[in-house]
Design a binder for this molecule. Structure first.
Ligand code: HEM
Length: 155
């Protein structure tokens, strides 16, 4: 098994951490905001897990993009990538939008922690995490139209 296969396997599976942590974080932020619930340790914990999983995903992605994957920088350098939707997707769109999502999630968590009252903490987390998760969901290559992008790689 090559290092590339391992990295792709990890990047493929840790998407589920981002999606699951993101959905729970969003649900807790929304119900906390609407139900005027106190901002608890679990809210902080799930926010940290969401942001942490995105950071991990970015790290693995950078390894693929600048190192081992034929779909990252190598595809761009080969030329003609912008005219090929798949090459353009990984070479430009996937990396750019995922980096924006990572920044939004991180900024949202920091701002939410700084808010004084609990309602504002929940609301800030909901808005930033919501936009970040939406971008992530839009930019995951779901494999519905592409059999080379399985939902459960290696199974
Ligand atoms: C939350 C952030 C991210 C998520 C959820 C995510 C998710 C995914 C998924 C599900 C795949 C398909 C894996 C497979 O075929 O089994 C993929 C491929 C890829 N991702 Fe990401 N990604 C994220 C961020 C990034 C970033 C920031 C980069 C670049 C720095 C990146 C670079 C790549 C590359 C190059 C591929 C294609 C790998 C290949 O087939 O050789 N990803 N990503």
């Amino acid at each position: 098994m090559s290092a590339y296969t391992v990295l792709l396997f990890l990047h493929s599976w840790s998407r589920w951490l981002v999606v699951v942590f993101g959905l729970i974080a969003l649900y807790r932020a929304y119900t906390g905001w609407q139900g005027r619930r106190a901002f608890a340790g679990a809210d902080n914990g799930i926010g940290a897990s969401f942001v942490g999983s995105i950071h991990l995903q970015v790290l693995l992605g950078l390894g693929l993009y600048f190192g081992l994957s034929p779909w990252g920088l190598k595809a761009l350098q080969a030329g003609g990538a912008m005219a090929d939707p798949q090459k353009r997707f990984f070479g430009v769109e996937h990396i750019a939008v995922m980096l924006v999502a990572a920044v939004l999630a991180q900024v949202g968590r920091s701002l939410s922690k700084k808010r004084r009252d609990d309602l504002a903490k929940h609301k800030t987390a909901f808005i930033y995490f919501g936009i970040a998760l939406l971008l992530v969901l839009l930019m995951i290559p779901w494999g519905i139209w592409n059999p080379h992008r399985p939902l459960a790689r290696g199974l």
